[in-house]
Ligand binder design. Structure first.
Ligand code: NAP
Length: 249
């Protein structure tokens, strides 16, 4: 299937590893020009090199997306370099684990900043360029916790459901402008974060009886949500979780 986004300009944040990187690669494979960011220079260069092998133009920018000025700075750099921003994939590192009663104020505020407010800042900064062209795709990488809270990840649960509520509201406001807003909500995927949380080795990433997803497949789902034929898909939180979520909503 032709996703119809060849030549579009995509900004993918937190994209030197894992799900962000896989999304950037998938968009590049569809012919997008891609801007990626992360804090670590080495990982970013490695990701840029992989994206370059698709033949796509890529710009790698070292930045910390949780800095309040970073989202607007990244959008401005994207527009300056490629002339527009058509697709934004908002991603950030996940918050630390913790049960509901064990989360201190500072950790709550940090999670809200990284996994909610940062995404709103990104969308606010990108929408004017999208409106100019009457076309835009905004996709936030969140977690299946927007559908089913994860008992040991209270910070993730509250920050991401808050973003989900914002995205649902924004989707209705932006649809008439040709801009969609969706969430890609991953379940367990084999990334560095998951390996670190679970003891390091690939074998340790999935527990007994647990299914684990391939980040490259996840990236292609993100690319579909950002595609031309997905123009009527907006205000959706799409679980990519191997049927892990049990609720009916
Ligand atoms: P990962 O493998 O640890 O990769 C995280 C990426 O984000 C790295 O490129 C990292 O690079 C970058 N990053 C982290 N903090 C950043 C910041 N402040 N500014 C800019 N870049 C930053 O993580 P992942 O597994 O792909 O997870 C991505 C997101 O999906 C997280 O929010 C995670 O909680 C969520 N999620 C993941 C899973 C899963 O199974 N993998 C499931 C549900 C939800 P630097 O460290 O160099 O900045």
């Amino acid at each position: 299937m032709d996703l119809g986004i060849s030549g579009r300009v995509a900004l993918v944040t937190a994209a030197s590893k894992g799900l962000g990187r896989a999304s950037a690669v998938a968009l590049a494979e569809e012919g997008c020009r891609v801007v990626i960011c992360a804090r670590g220079e080495e990982g970013l260069a490695d990701a840029a090199q992989e994206i370059g092998t698709t033949g796509a133009d890529v710009l790698a920018v070292v930045d910390d997306v949780t800095d309040p000025e970073a989202p607007a700075r990244l959008v401005a750099t994207t527009v300056e370099h490629f002339g527009s921003v058509d697709i934004v994939v908002g991603n950030a590192g996940g918050p630390p684990p913790g049960r509901a009663l064990d989360v201190p104020d500072e950790a709550l505020l940090a999670a809200f900043n990284a996994n909610m407010v940062t995404s709103v800042r990104l969308a606010r900064a990108a929408v004017p360029s999208m409106r100019e062209r009457g076309w835009g795709r905004i996709c936030f990488i969140t977690s299946y916790s927007v559908k089913q809270p994860i008992p040991t990840l209270a910070l993730s649960n509250v920050a991401r459901t808050s973003l989900w509520a914002w995205a649902k509201t924004a989707a209705a406001d932006l649809f008439a402008d040709g801009i969609t807003v969706n969430l890609a909500a991953p379940g367990l995927h084999d990334t560095d974060r998951v390996r670190a949380l679970r003891g390091g080795s690939p074998a340790a990433a999935a527990g007994a009886g647990e299914a684990i997803g391939d980040p490259r497949d996840f990236g292609r789902v993100v690319a579909f949500l950002c595609s031309e034929p997905a123009k009527f898909v907006s205000g959706v939180a799409l679980q990519v979780d191997g049927a892990a979520t049990l609720g009916l909503l």
